[in-house]
Structures are given as C-alpha cells and as structure tokens.
Design a protein around this ligand. Structure first.
Ligand code: GPK
Length: 835
C-alpha cells in the first residue's frame, strides 16, 4: 500500500496519539476525544461523555490491529470461518478490551489523573444485549476465543435496535421495559454505509430458457430491503488479531419502483420504509424458538442473505470461480436460525451466478456445518409452507428440489420403506405442511454437532436419529466452553491475582495450566487466601444486592445461586421447594442449628410464558415472607435480582459458593453458566444433565453434589406412566410444602395465585420435580454439612477451579478448527499507524 502520509511528515506523533499507551498520551487522547468527538469541555461533560471519550481512545488502539488483521487476511487469502448467529450476547466492551489490550492499569491511572473513576466509567456502558441466554453468550465466547487463537473469522448477525428487554420487578412480577441500548450512541461499532446488500421478499418466480439453452429462474420480488453493515472489532487476548463482527441493519430502498407503486401516495412510501426497517427493530425475547412469526422468518432470511452476499462479494474480488467457494469459507450455523442459508446459497449460486445445480450443491454442502442446541421437541423450528410460499417463494422451490433429490437417495437406502422417508423429509406432511429447518440444516451440512457429550448422544438416539443412521460420519460432539478472559480475568480480579501469583499468568490462554493449583488445595495458607478472595467478592455482591433491592444479606452465609433464563425445565421452582422445606423446619423448631444461606436468583422469563412469570412471582413471594419472619432470624434470605444480564453475571459468578444446575436430566443441552461458576470456585449441586456430566468427571465425584434421576431413569419412568401423586402421597414433608403454598401463606391468603403451578405439579409434573424432590433435599443437606467444614470446602473449591481447563472456549474452538472447519491460525504483525 502507498503511504497516506506525505513524505517527510513525522509519522511518530500521529501514531502515538492514536496508538500510544503512556500516561500522558492516554490523558491527551481522552481529552482530545472529549473535545472533538463529544464536543464537550470537562466542566460540562457528563459521565457518559467521558465514557465515550475513553471508549474512542481504546477503540483507536484496536483499529491499528484491526486494519493489520484485515490486510493480512486479504493478502494471504486465508481460509475463514463465518459464524452465523441470530444472537451475540456480547456484554460490555470497554473492560474486556482493556484486558485484552493489556492497558487496564495505564488507563486507570490516566483516568484518575483526570479526576475520574474507572469503575464509574465502566459502569456507564449499556451492554449490547443482542441475545437471550446461553446460545447468544456462547457465540460471544467463541468470537473471543477465535480472535485469541488467531483464527481468521467473521461473526455475522443482526444489529437489533432493541435487544433483550430490561426486566423490572413490580409487586413481585416481571415487567418488561424496552432496551434502548443505542440511545446514547455506540462507540464500538463502525457503520459501513457503503456495504449494503439487497434482500428480496415475496412476489413470484418465473422461468425461461436462455440463448444457451439453460433453464433459468427469475424471482420478481414484492419488495426489497437493504442490509447495511455495522462492524465491531473483536480483539483477541494479547495478540494483534482483531476480527470482525458484522451485524446487519435493515434499511428501506426508496428507489425501488417508488414511482410505480407510490404515485401520489407519499404516505404509503414512508409506511413501506417503516415496514422494511422493522426487520431489525427488536430481538425476539424467547430463549427457545417460537413458531410461525413472519417477522422472525424475515429476520433469519435477512441476515443469512446479507451475509452470504457479502462473502460472495469478498470472494469474487480475488477469485472468479465460485465452484471453490467452500475452500475459502466455512459457515457454522448456530442452531437452525440461519438454516435458510442452505437454500439461499443455492439460489445465489444457481440463479444469480449461473452455476449448475450439482456444482452449486457440492459447494453448499461443503460450506455449512450445523450445531444443534436443544432436545426440546417443541423448540425444533418449522415454518408453515404457506408462509414460506408467501415470503420466500423461490426458496420453497429450491427446498422442494433439494428434498426430492435427497429423498431419491434415501429411497436407495431404505427400499420400500416409507416411515424413514416421512421422518427424514425436509417437508413435514403429517398434517398442515411445514418446512423442517433442522432437516434442511442436516441435509445441507457436512458436519453436525451437539454441545455436550450427553446431548450429542441423545441427539443421535432421538431427534436426529434418522440422520445419524444415514450420515454417521457427519456427527460429532463439541462440548461448549466459556472464555476465561471475561469470566475470570475481567470479572474476578482478586482470584486472577491470587492464581497468577502462584502459577504465573499462562493459564489465561492455556486454561489446563490451572492444574498446577491442585497441590495448593492442601496448603493451609493458600486456602485462607482463597477463602478471603471469595469473601471479598461476596461482600461486594452483598453491597450490590442492598443497593438494588434494599435486602441485607450476610456475606458469611452460604451464597446459593441460580442464575439463568426462567424455564420449567430448569426447575427454579424445585429450588423454591427446598427453601420452603428449610423454612418449615425452622418454623417447627426455631432453634434449629442450620447452615445460614442466602438464595440468589436472577433471570428473565419470555414475556408470553405465563408459568415462568408465575415462577418469578413465587420466588419473590417466598422471599417476602421468609426474609421478614422473625423466627428465621436472618438465617435464610431469598433475593431475586432484577435484570440478570452479562454485566450482572460478572458480579455473581465470583461470589458464589454453590451453583444450582438442577434441570431435569436429558433436557439441558449443555449449560455454560455451570462452567463459569466452577471456574470461579463454586461447588455445583446438579443433575446428570448436559455438561454437568463432564464437569463432574473433571472435578471428581467427591467435589460435586449429585442428585436426581438419570436420563434413562427419567425415560423409563415416563414410559411406565409417571404419577407425581405417588411421590407426594408418600412424602409428608413434600406434601406440607405444597400445601403451604396452596394455603395462601405466601400470597396474602390468596389461594388461587399459585394454583396453575401447583396443579401442574400434582397432575402432570412434566419435569419430574416430585420424583427428584427428596434426592435434592438430601443432597442439599450434604451441602450444608460440607459448608460447615471450612477447610474441606475450600479444598473442594480450589480443586473445582484447578480442574476446569477443559471448559475454556479455547478448547472448544480448537476442537471445531481441527475436526470441522480445518482452519489454522494466521499470525498478525502490526503495520504501525495508517501507513
Ligand atoms: C438452546 F435451543 C436453544 C435456544 O434456542 N437458546 C438457548 O440459549 C441453550 N439454548 C441451551 O439451552 C443450553 O443448554 C446451551 O448451553 C446453550 O444453548 C449453548 O449451547
């Protein structure tokens, strides 16, 4: 590249202001940005102005790396992973970028010298909540690991104007408030108004034969929307790699037949603009997919199409031959949300770029890989044929063609049998006809994976069994992981310091090195330091709880924490049954010697999920009674912390003694919160579900509190006809707990309020709470006893952290790179400033 700087011009000074990290440079850069970007002088600047000025200062230091990264990938034509996800639950950028750049200390000093407080500025950031829960957060951890491992990669997704709602609790009930995260601007994104992709919707198709005798299809759309790129740099930890997260925003194309459609109808034209822009307005707040919503399918198609067009554009800059597209790019489909990409890539290759069907199919099938994230049958996405026909008529034709060719192969495999055919078909024909997105993803992908060992086995045995029979070689397991940068280094500086004092800081990029802590589990002094760190974190959380809820909690009590989306299968209400059991024991015997506990809950319920909202009300209602009861004398406290999100997670995991992972066995695909807790030295009480199985294997059965039915036991019980009543009748303690709720004791005498929950437990108990109740109570009793032996507890806590190496997302990403993507690291050298 030619230099942009005139010859003889001293480039050092320019570089230094944007890239330097000395105290004076940082101070000058912050003030400069305050003045020139925020247009403020210090005496009138708000805290947000200073936050913005600081963020731009940090962003400048990313840009140098980002541009070097982009240039290097371009020059080397590196094979690249594209991670397609409808959700990226990133959490705040500033703190993480300071850690990854390694300038936290310097920036803190600079900020201090300017008379500001770094914590206050960090707290100013509104986190981008562009996801619901585990699936979106996993995508964010994977971006961090891909950058840290220097893997050429893009994240592709949607720039929702409103992310996951803010949760308020009023009178104990969840109230949803719009998340206006972009209100004060977003210093981390760079709009790319010149990168825009047309995305068509609706209309009709027609075919013709061209002069060379080729059959061609043209899609005359009803309307077109433009996808505009917004880029966020994703920096790796202490490397020069800064990858790109490219999120698409929908804009109207005013020129689209404006005259013909809207002559004299200015209002109509503006209304169309609003309709177009609706596509990226808001994230659907359901953690498991919802069916049939036209706007949701539009979102999925919109971002899939924009992303694939972008990749083809990039590819064609250097290579005219699209038949080798899959050698340059591989796409990971994060669940079925982007599965429409299979049909869209076919459309782009066949209709727009005139590849023949077989060549295009070869490219497509070698481009995509599919991750499944759930076994819940109601969560498998399917779209009514009529909706598809209306919104994506060309894709429906392509899907029919893919399906016909696929079923021809299946027939060879199962001659004369119609059942496997009906189950494998991309079209569900058992009643109203649907397109099954998981089937489309399986047919169109070269690799299929689950997210924990048990989950993958269950996939093979149940929901994807027929595909496993057909294509066993496509299946593998990739156990989830979490990034230790955000989830230990950033959120738990005390523990990070303590660990690094002992074993150096190599563990941050190679988490297996935590194994070196094992011998220290026997070291009395180290245990004491470990205990003090945990205690300090608990004190900090206690202060936060008091500030947010007014509830005073005792940092010496056992912090027993369940934070995750509220869902019946995750069984927050089983946790509540334990609380009420202890409460009744105290009421029976106020002098009972029990281990004081603080029960902390956090999590959002899908706005339309009535039972989950009632579970929140139950938690807060029980808290209101227990927290005030003089007999309890502060030995039990129940806290529901509103608006659980990434930022709050960062406060919670470091302060936990006990991690609640109590889903019905066989229903939690993996879980990732379980890993964050353990890494921060919490012990787990859990079922043999999802990644709990592997966590227990790693930390040792003696350092894990196991309870409940196993998956085969649940299945057997279900098959023989589960009667929750049998368990209730034979367990007076359990019956008393249910009766106390029914009596209105927690609802000011209202005996109706919790009836929907209770009758669910009595009559059907779909998630086997009654069957697991006693085992859970007994196990909690063991927890309480173990907590009394402080030395032993600390040793177990240290061993939990020491044995968490496997659950770094770096390990997960290395597995994907090796077994699925076949991509290798590309080392980035810094090119200096903008020369
Ligand atoms: C799974 F299917 C889905 C979904 O739509 N949303 C979501 O967050 C979660 N998930 C699983 O429930 C977790 O067990 C898992 O750890 C997480 O995805 C990441 O794989």
């Amino acid at each position: 590249m030619t230099s942009l700087i005139p010859e003889g011009c001293p480039i050092v000074a320019v570089e230094d202001d944007r890239t330097g990290t000395s105290l004076e440079t940082l101070k000058r850069a912050i003030m400069d940005n305050l003045f020139y970007l925020q247009a403020r002088f210090p005496s009138v600047a708000s805290r947000n102005d200073f936050y913005m000025a600081l963020s731009y200062t940090v962003r400048d230091r990313l840009l140098q790396r980002w541009i070097s990264t982009a240039e290097t990938y371009l020059q080397q034509g590196s094979r690249t992973v594209c991670y397609f996800s409808a959700e990226f639950l990133l959490g705040p950028h500033l703190g993480n970028n300071l850690i990854n750049l390694g300038i936290r200390q310097e920036v803190e000093e600079a900020v201090n010298e300017l008379g500001l407080d770094i914590e206050e500025l960090l707290n100013q950031e509104e986190e981008p909540g562009l996801g619901n829960g585990g699936l979106g957060r996993l995508a964010a951890c994977y971006l961090d690991s891909m950058a840290t491992l220097e893997i050429p990669s893009f994240g592709y997704g949607i720039r929702y104007e409103f992310g996951i709602f803010d949760q308020e609790i009023r009178d104990g009930w969840q109230v949803e408030v719009t998340d206006r995260w972009l209100r004060y601007g977003n210093p981390w994104e760079i709009p790319r108004p010149e990168v825009r992709m047309p995305v068509k919707f609706g209309g009709h198709t027609r075919s013709y034969t061209d002069s060379d005798g080729h059959y061609r299809v043209i899609w005359d759309a009803h309307h077109v929307v433009e996808g505009v790129a917004y880029d966020t740099p994703i920096l790796g930890y202490r490397v020069n790699t800064a990858n790109t997260l490219r999120l698409w925003r929908a804009e109207a194309v005013e020129s689209f037949d404006f005259q013909a459609f809207n002559t004299g109808n200015y209002y109509g034209a503006v209304r169309d603009k609003i309709t177009s822009e609706n596509i990226t307005k808001v994230l659907y707040p359901n953690d498991e997919p919802l069916q049939g919503k036209e706007l949701r399918l539009s979102q999925q198609y919109f971002f899939s199409s924009s992303s694939l067009q972008d990749m083809i554009r990039i590819y064609l800059q250097h290579n005219p031959d699209l038949s080798k597209f899959h050698q340059k790019f591989t796409v990971q489909l994060n669940d079925t949300h982007p599965a429409i990409s299979v049909a869209e890539l076919m459309r782009l290759l066949v209709d727009d770029h005139h590849l023949d069907w077989n060549t295009a199919w070869n490219v497509t099938q070698h481009t995509f890989a599919y991750t499944n994230h759930t076994l819940l049958p109601e969560a498998l996405e399917k779209w009514p044929i009529a909706l598809f026909q209306y919104l994506l008529p060309r894709h429906l034709e392509i899907i029919f063609e893919i399906n016909q060719r696929f079923l021809d192969q299946v027939r060879l495999h199962y001659p004369g049998q119609s059942d496997p055919l009906a189950r494998l078909s991309i079209i569900d024909e058992s009643g109203e006809r649907y397109v099954r997105m998981a089937n489309l993803a399986c047919v169109g992908s070269y690799a299929i994976n689950g997210v924990a060992a048990l989950h993958t086995e269950l996939l093979k045995a149940t929901v994807l069994h027929d595909f496993y029979q057909l294509y066993p070689e496509r299946f593998s397991n990739k156990t989830n992981g979490v990034t230790p940068r955000r989830w230990v280094v950033l959120s738990n500086p005390g523990l990070t310091g303590l660990i690094s004092e002992q074993i150096g800081d190599g563990w941050i990029k190679d988490l297996d090195q935590l194994g070196q802590l094992e011998p220290l589990a026997n070291d009395h002094h180290f245990r004491a330091c470990w205990g003090k760190t945990k205690h300090d974190n608990k004190v900090a959380l206690a202060e936060h709880i008091q500030a947010k809820t007014g509830i005073i909690v005792d940092p010496n009590s056992l912090f027993d924490i369940q934070v995750k989306r509220i869902h019946e299968y995750k069984r927050q209400h089983l946790n509540v049954l334990h609380i009420i059991t202890l409460y009744q024991q105290i009421k029976d015997n106020p002098h009972l010697d029990i281990t004081p506990r603080t029960f902390i809950f956090g999590g959002k319920a899908a706005p339309g999920y009535f039972t989950a909202k009632l579970m929140i009300k139950l938690i807060t209602a029980v808290g209101d009674v227990v927290n005030r009861d003089p007999d309890v004398a502060g030995r039990l406290k129940v806290v529901f912390l509103p608006d659980y999100n990434v930022t709050f997670g960062q406060r919670v995991y470091p302060a936990a003694d006990l991690s609640e992972q109590i889903s019905t066995a066989g229903l939690e695909a993996s879980g990732t919160g379980n890993m964050k807790f353990s890494m921060n030295g919490a012990l787990t009480i859990g079922t043999l579900d999802g990644a709990n199985v592997e966590i227990r294997e790693e930390v040792g059965a003696e350092n894990f509190f196991l309870f409940g039915l196993t998956t085969p036991e649940v299945q057997a019980l279900g098959a023989k006809g589960y009667q929750p009543w049998d368990y209730i009748q034979s367990n007076p303690q359990l019956k008393r707990v249910l009766d106390l709720i029914a009596s209105g004791h927690f609802s000011h005498g209202d005996t109706n309020l919790f009836q929907p929950l209770l009758s669910g437990l009595w009559n059907q108990d779909k998630y086997y709470l009654m069957a697991d109740y006693q085992s859970y109570i007994d196990c909690q009793q063991q927890v309480s006893q173990a907590y009394q032996n402080r030395e032993q507890w600390l040793a177990m806590s240290i061993l939990n952290t020491a044995r968490m190496g496997k659950f770094s997302s770096d390990r997960s990403i290395q597995d994907y790179c090796r077994d699925i993507w076949h991509v290798s690291p590309v080392i980035i050298k810094l090119n200096g400033g903008y020369q």
